[in-house]
Design a protein around this ligand. Structure first.
Ligand SMILES: [Cu+2]
Length: 109
């Protein structure tokens, strides 16, 4: 019983510590080459916020969508859009233009 209680406290304590999350703002640009950078590496458990600026009209990426997170946002030219992805679990998250052609991904490993 004592051990059970200790384990419970430990779990609680860890979750509490986890509330102090790692927040990472990542700048992304949409250029005539697509998303730059197109590959982003983060540590699993990181709270990722993308700051996306489209700097060209010569692109079809006037929107960004992240299907996995059910996010779709308009990208106005030269205006930074904030895309909050929340906590990223281990794995790969794809982001793409509104038509799912131009894309990039976030790798958490
Ligand atoms: Cu497109």
């Amino acid at each position: 019983m004592k051990q059970f209680l200790l384990a419970t406290f430990l779990t609680f304590g860890l979750q509490f510590a986890g509330a102090k999350e790692d927040l990472q703002n990542i700048s992304l640009k949409v250029t005539d080459k697509g998303f730059e950078p197109s590959e982003i590496k983060v540590k699993p458990g990181t709270h990722v916020v993308l700051k996306v600026t489209r700097i060209t009209d010569d692109t079809c990426a006037t929107q960004i969508q992240i299907k996995e997170k059910k996010i779709k946002m308009k990208l106005d030219k030269d205006i930074e859009a904030t895309v909050d992805l929340g906590i990223i679990k281990k794995g790969d998250i794809r982001f793409a233009c509104g038509m799912d052609m131009i894309s990039g991904h976030i790798v958490a490993e």
